[in-house]
Design a protein around this ligand. Structure first.
Ligand SMILES: Cc1cc2nc3c(=O)[nH]c(=O)nc-3n(C[C@H](O)[C@H](O)[C@H](O)COP(=O)(O)OP(=O)(O)OC[C@H]3O[C@@H](n4cnc5c(N)ncnc54)[C@H](O)[C@@H]3O)c2cc1C
Length: 382
């Protein structure tokens, strides 16, 4: 392997990392993007499941949609819309009161536009990771970032110890890369030793997150008692949100697929009993039963789903292959303020992600753009 460091490494193919990588590539920077997951998207992934009868079922189990108010981000979203990667989800949405078992709000006109990736939430990240100038490596968890003082560059090592080369700049787009919780899950220190960047360290200490479970359900018949395609719950201990995934543009409608999100409190209670490691089958079964029972007791669904499966969105989960895959549900902090990302100019290290701005897709995009701008404005490294 050549030791000539000419490239920038972006760690994470969620929307912040993918936007950062594609912006760098469009500005002539050679980017290698690493993700421990099998495909792009992070918390904008799409899950492929197979029902007992062999039918393929696709679910957006993370972010169900996103809304945009920032004009720079809107410009990008319109570009994606023109390419057919994004479409507006034009349905009615509402809010359901669990106590009275009634819908208390139905937003007919749509307060703000709700966008979805087409044909799945991951389509945007997929396209960005395939842009010219971005070399994407999936299934590669970064296990260590070593600073080479004499070369002014970073050595990127995989979780399996493999050397992935040296890079003049690095952008880390996930909290687990520097979180002390990484050790609780993997037994190894986090990839980035924060003592290398003491000025950033204070801001990055154990950023809190709000965990969530997502229950994916498929029905043969439409849930016709529900007058909306997405709704939040008021006064439920267990449920926070439900949406009809198959009602989004570009999705198959051969079955009706719903995704239910738990409250953070419910997820935190379960995790306090099981720890951060991958939950056992028994835990997942219990969660599926609790969440489904709560949904049934709304009186909104008469029929049994022919498919159900729980996904956990928490700090991080170690997959059976030993590499790290995770989705931190909703970070409960925004650490970067006006800067929108954290940046160490000497070491050309950027930290981006929704936790830098706001816990949503728009915040993550803004942060990815900000990290790319730091590198583009630092030509000495490129
Ligand atoms: C259940 C749920 C519902 C949501 N609802 C909404 C909503 O309605 N609207 C909205 O706007 N937002 C919503 N969000 C939030 C939104 O999904 C996130 O804000 C956004 O996707 C975060 O993007 P990101 O790039 O910051 O992080 P992520 O998407 O988490 O990307 C980080 C990536 O880094 C990778 N990674 C981590 N460690 C390593 C490593 N060591 N080596 C290599 N790769 C690594 C991960 O695999 C991941 O792909 C929701 C999220 C969840 C989970």
């Amino acid at each position: 392997m050549s030791n000539v460091a000419t490239k920038v490494a972006v760690i994470g193919s969620g929307i912040s990392g993918a936007v950062c990588a594609s912006t760098l590539a469009r500005n002539g920077v050679s980017v290698t993007l690493f993700d421990s997951a099998r495909g792009p998207g992070g918390r904008m992934s799409q899950r492929r499941e197979i029902a007992e009868d062999g039918k393929e079922l696709l679910f957006d189990h993370g972010a169900p949609f996103f809304s945009i108010s920032n004009t720079d981000v809107l410009r990008l979203v319109h570009e994606w819309e023109l390419k057919g990667l994004v479409a507006e989800w034009k349905e009615n949405f509402g809010s359901f009161d669990y106590h009275s078992k009634k819908f208390i709000e139905i937003d007919q006109d749509g307060m703000s536009k709700r966008y979805v990736g087409v044909p799945g939430m991951n389509s945007i990240c997929k396209a960005l990771c395939n842009e010219t100038g971005v070399e994407s490596k999936f299934g590669v968890g970064v296990g260590r970032l070593e600073w080479l003082d004499n070369e002014n560059s970073w050595l990127v090592m995989g979780m399996d110890g493999q050397n992935h080369g040296s890079f003049k700049g690095v952008v880390a787009s996930d909290k687990s890369i520097f979180s002390s919780r990484f050790k609780d899950v993997t037994g190894s220190p986090p990839p980035l030793d924060l003592s290398l960047v003491p000025e950033l360290a204070m801001k990055l200490q154990d950023i809190p997150v709000n965990p969530c479970f997502a229950l994916m359900l498929a029905f043969t018949e439409p849930l016709s008692l529900i007058p909306v395609k997405g709704f939040s719950f008021k006064n439920s201990e267990i449920l926070s949100w439900a949406h009809c995934d198959s009602s989004k543009p570009g999705r198959s409608t051969t079955s009706e697929r719903w995704v239910l999100h738990s409250t953070s409190k419910y997820a935190r209670d379960i995790i306090s009993q099981t720890g951060l490691r991958k939950p056992s089958a028994a835990t997942l079964t219990k969660v599926a039963e609790d969440v489904l029972e709560e949904f049934k007791s709304t009186g909104l669904n008469g029929s049994q789903p022919f498919f159900r499966k729980v996904h956990r969105c928490v700090d991080f989960v170690v997959s059976t292959g030993g590499c790290l895959s995770r989705g931190s549900a909703f970070p409960a902090a925004s650490v970067a303020g006006e800067e929108k990302c954290l940046w160490d100019d000497k070491k050309k290290l950027g930290i981006c992600g929704d936790f830098c701005v706001s816990p949503n897709v728009e915040g993550a995009i803004l942060s990815g753009l900000a990290a790319a701008a730091k590198l583009i404005d630092a030509p000495s490294c490129l």
